[in-house]
Design a protein around this ligand. Structure first.
Ligand code: CMC
Length: 428
């Protein structure tokens, strides 16, 4: 028998259906609430609002569980590759070996970007933030591929746009980096795997057959896999809501990139390293900075700490912390901010303020230290998050289309002035 919830408003009782997910999560279906009661719900920040039914990612914040399409993140991070995980997220199941080979081949056919796009790079000021460039360049792809504007593409056309986007994103990201250095760009090498090719375009030499340390390539696979999806977060919700107006995939992803940029979301990885550097320059007194984070009069927050959903631990942070130790050891790097990060974590986890609010390190706390060890400058960190999150955003957009979800359009409770008459300027 299906569950019901009852609500009483203005003395009248109404029954509402209760939806149960495959992992037994429950939601009260309020989609007809306004029709039957005249009232809407109010939930700023959507803290208790399910915006969709989704089969992509499951996370249990109390238990620290994260699954992509049912597969535990720990297994995928350890054993899979980024492109395989991308396929899994976008198409729903692990690919057969032939299917993965075919997927890889199709993507490698589209890795070049239109030569005219180089003019955009030349137009950006040399110090402009890579996230601003990325959002602009991904949006601009729709101008080069106008067929993507069709709101009802065939499956084949939709897949072609998906392949193009997956293929061109690493080229765009690495060229943003090269241009920031004033270096010539390196063209894609399609015989290399997706991540290796990206690392080669970023750190390789034009003339030689560059050897990128396999440990570096493996670490990058792991980081990208860990960032590949995270259900209805700020940027994924943005992608879905922009796409719900029938905006094309490039425009929707470009909006997601902008949403990711903020330091409360993906921009936290850059903010963490900047914070750790400041603490180091200030003498490395973690107690002082923990006290600042607890002081409600001080706007400072411990970046890389806390999460809307995880209230026990972030499983991604656990894997990244271990990977951070491994990568630094393998590359023989001794980064003083790693010690500060560990000290801060230890102090915060014992502090009643953080314990009471269930604040733990999130995915961004240690990722920046690895990116730095791999050679990326700080302002590239959030762009790397975006590169990893791309398959998740595509999967969320595709699912929203397949579900034929209505245009996203929340209600509000108006709190402004009631009706009043206009007073002409000369009478005021
Ligand atoms: N440092 C100090 N206090 C904090 C922090 C923090 N990092 N995070 C939350 N709090 C406090 C907050 O002040 C509030 O205290 P009180 O109840 O006394 O008012 C309480 O904890 C709950 O915080 P909230 O802001 O209501 O929680 P939220 O779910 O709206 O925000 C968050 C979640 C991630 C935005 C927040 O924890 C935060 O700002 N963290 C730092 C930024 C960060 O690391 N973001 C990356 C998130 S994970 C990567 C991703 O985006 O996917």
């Amino acid at each position: 028998m299906s569950e019901k919830a009852s609500i009483s408003i203005n003395g009248k009782s109404h029954e509402l259906p209760v939806i149960t997910g495959t992992e037994n999560e429950q939601a009260i279906d309020i989609s007809k609430l306004r029709d039957v009661t005249g009232a809407v719900t109010l939930d700023p920040g959507f803290k208790n609002t399910g915006a969709t039914q989704s089969a992509i990612t499951f996370l249990d914040g109390e238990k620290g569980v994260l699954h992509y399409r049912g597969y535990p993140i720990e297994q995928l991070a350890e054993q899979s590759t980024f492109l395989e995980v991308a396929y899994l997220l976008i198409y729903g199941d692990l690919p057969a070996p032939d299917t993965l080979t075919d997927f890889r081949a199709k993507i490698s056919r589209h890795t070049l970007i239109h030569e005219d796009m180089k003019k955009f790079f030349d137009g950006f000021p040399s110090k402009s933030h890579p996230m601003g460039q990325l959002s602009c360049l991904v949006g601009a792809l729709s101008a080069f591929y106008p067929e993507s504007l069709d709101p009802n593409p065939s499956e084949e056309e939709e897949n072609l746009t998906i392949m193009k986007l997956l293929a061109k994103m690493p080229t765009i990201v690495s060229w943003i980096y090269k241009k920031s250095l004033g270096h010539p760009v390196i063209y894609p090498r399609n015989e290399l795997n997706y991540v290796h090719n990206f690392m080669n375009m970023t750190f390789g030499q034009i003339t030689e057959d560059t050897k990128i340390d396999p440990a570096v390539v493996r670490a990058m696979h792991k980081l990208l896999i860990l960032h590949a999806d995270h259900e209805q977060n700020c940027s994924a919700s943005t992608v879905r809501i922009v796409g719900s107006s029938n905006a094309n995939l490039y425009a929707s992803i470009s909006a997601g990139i902008s949403a990711l940029w903020g330091p409360l979301h993906g921009g936290a990885n850059q903010a963490v390293i900047e914070m750790l550097e400041n603490i180091r320059k200030d003498g490395g007194n973690s107690a002082k900075w923990i006290a600042k984070a607890k002081d409600k009069k001080d706007p400072f927050r411990l970046m890389g700490f806390g999460h809307r959903v995880y209230k026990n631990f972030d499983p991604r942070a656990k894997i990244i912390k271990q990977a951070c130790d491994d990568v630094l050891e393998k590359l023989g790097i001794d980064d003083p901010v790693l010690d500060i990060a560990k000290e801060l974590e230890e102090a915060a986890l014992k502090d009643q303020y953080f314990v009471d609010r269930k604040l733990y390190p999130n995915v961004d706390f240690y990722s920046g230290i690895i990116y730095r060890a791999l050679g990326f400058p700080t302002d590239m960190f959030t762009v790397l998050f975006a590169l990893g999150r791309l398959p998740g955003w595509i999967a969320q957009w595709k699912e929203m289309k397949a579900n034929k979800e209505p245009i996203g359009r929340p209600r509000q409770i108006y709190t402004g002035s009631t009706r009043r008459d206009y007073i002409p300027l000369d009478k005021r």
